[in-house]
Design a protein around this ligand. Structure first.
Ligand SMILES: Cc1cc2nc3c(=O)[nH]c(=O)nc-3n(C[C@H](O)[C@H](O)[C@H](O)COP(=O)(O)O)c2cc1C
Ligand code: SF4
Length: 505
């Protein structure tokens, strides 16, 4: 019998290691023939540790499993959720990027290949750089790190740049609140990211790659380092990628924990050993990036999606989606929800469907008040905007943004003035200090919100004015987008601001 226990850090935080140990111990005591496989997470965090039992008739899920549940699990008396892939939260998904995550042991390259891995890279080896770039462009894949910029167009700029050395840099800083897709794929299916980076290297003529990871992800760092070693030993990386005459190799680098180091130019400075300060653009990193050379900077999910695009073809990928948002979105549902986790599906579902139907509403049982979509720089979407379909342009039209597709749900006990203050304070703390609207503006923003809280109604106009200045005058999106959460809180929830004035009067 095979028993799967995730080694994902969310599952570990909920006791997966102890459960795996207890299963091993109990199986020995009973003389049972049990193979324990440490897989990635299926993304159903409210069920973690989700233990899967395979006795030859499919993988049956149990969870959350505690150490005390282990004897009943092995007796066959523990209540199950049935086949894991038939659990409604899972069955409703279209898993392309996350197809293998939670299915295989993350560092098993044979299992990776048995589940479609390396097919994309093998195909790419037989293609010219421009054919690969065209395929990615036709898939409609847009950057999943925040800005939604078309990946194929970025690659084309790097491909056409003349240089003796080019680079692929993977942005694995994942600093947005409520996001964990990058971590989950790196811990659960690291070869997908390595394969995507190798394909990017072949496409643009880069022979070297770096993954810039946040130091707060020790498990992911360990798995990625081990995966790179295995990939190199097995000839997936190195001077002859999969036996071809093409070279590509990569290294893992660890940041020191600044939100702004997720911004691509700041990241490049940090990667070069400099202070993580934003660079003015132009020049674009695509032309003068790492060490001044043409560089592709892409998010983990953007790069980890490339293998499936090459494996199944651009049309297959583009077939999913909605209007100009093609393919799948890897939603990360967090905050006050009954069912939080990773949900991958074609763009186009409405925000209301995701929050009420898929996530099951709030964990507290109270009415939903707001959902912050897109991390700390994303707008607070009120229930009145729940009709908005997941799509870059659709969210933009409603004053929101998708960003890295993290959703943080709040119930009606949330105080939106406090949330607006938090957004300004976050910007003040994380500002790299290079431009005045952000460095000074965010500090003044906190003070102005405190004035509103103290009953100074006139400060509302000042806050609006300040947000306009930050939006229009900041060098990067940290200062430029902080007005999204602040102004969305103010305009969608005016009562949370007005009542302070009335109370003071
Ligand atoms: C303050 C700030 C933080 C950011 N943090 C991240 C991050 O953690 N991960 C990421 O992929 N992109 C982040 N971005 C976006 C990157 O600058 C860049 O757009 C992205 O890495 C490009 O990759 P993509 O085209 O694949 O999305 C951030 C941007 C800003 C302004
Ligand atoms: S907006 Fe803020 S983080 Fe961005 S460059 Fe200006 S000071 Fe730095």
């Amino acid at each position: 019998m095979k028993i799967y226990v995730p080694m994902d850090s969310a599952a570990k935080a909920l006791g997966a290691d102890e459960v795996a140990e207890a299963i091993a111990h109990e199986a020995v005591a009973r003389g049972m023939d049990v193979e324990i496989i440490r897989n990635g997470s299926r993304g159903m965090i409210w069920l973690e540790p989700l233990v899967e039992l395979d006795a030859g008739e499919g993988r049956i899920g149990f969870g959350p499993v505690s150490v005390e549940d282990v004897p009943a699990l092995l007796d066959g008396t523990l209540e199950s959720h049935g086949l894991v892939e038939e659990i409604p939260f899972f069955a409703r998904q279209n898993r392309l990027t996350f197809a293998r995550c939670g299915v295989i042991a993350p560092l098993d390259l044979d299992a990776y290949q048995a589940h479609g891995g390396l097919a994309g890279l093998r195909r790419a080896i037989g293609m010219s750089g421009s054919e690969i770039v065209d395929e990615v462009t036709e898939s409609g894949l847009r950057g999943r790190g925040g800005a939604g910029f078309p990946t194929g167009i970025k690659w084309k700029t790097v491909m056409l740049a003349e240089a003796s050395q080019k680079y692929i840099v993977c942005n694995a800083d994942e600093g947005d609140s409520g996001t964990f897709a990058d971590r989950m794929i790196m811990e659960g299916d690291p070869f997908t990211l390595i394969e995507g980076m190798a394909i990017a290297g072949l496409a643009v003529g880069a022979t070297k790659g770096y993954v810039y990871m946040r130091s707060e992800y020790p498990d992911a760092i360990k798995v990625m380092n081990a995966a790179v070693d295995i990939a190199r030993q097995q000839g997936m990386l190195g001077p002859r990628v999969l036996g071809s005459d093409r070279a590509f190799d990569m290294e893992i680098r660890v940041g020191a924990g600044a939100y702004v180091c997720g911004e691509e130019t700041s990241l490049l400075n940090s990667l070069e050993g400099k202070r993580g300060v934003v660079r003015a653009k132009p020049p674009l990193p695509a032309l003068e990036g790492f060490m001044g050379r043409p560089t592709v900077v892409n998010n983990v999910i953007s790069l980890a999606t490339v293998p499936v695009v090459l494996e199944k073809g651009a049309a297959h990928y583009a077939d999913f989606g909605h209007n100009r948002s093609r393919g799948t979105v890897t939603l990360q549902i967090a905050g006050n929800v009954r069912r939080g986790g990773l949900f991958e599906a074609g763009f186009g579902m409405t925000l209301g469907e995701i929050v009420n139907d898929i996530a099951g509403g709030t964990a507290s049982g109270r009415p939903v008040k707001a959902v912050q979509v897109g991390g700390p720089l994303g707008a607070y979407m009120p229930v009145g905007k729940f009709h908005t379909p997941m799509g870059y342009e659709e969210f933009d039209a409603e004053g929101g943004l998708i960003g890295h597709a993290g959703l943080v749900v709040f119930d009606d006990s949330a105080d939106m003035l406090k949330m607006a203050r938090f957004a300004m304070e976050f910007c003040a703390i994380e500002s790299c200090g290079k431009c005045t609207p952000c460095r000074i503006g965010a500090v003044r923003g906190v003070e102005t919100i405190d004035r509103i809280a103290a009953g100074d109604g006139a400060a509302t106009e000042l806050l609006t004015d300040l947000c306009d200045t930050m939006r229009d005058g900041s060098l990067c999106a940290l200062g430029g987008f902080t007005p999204f959460p602040v102004m969305s809180a103010l305009s969608n929830f005016p009562d949370d601001f007005a009542c302070r004035k009335e109370a003071a009067e």
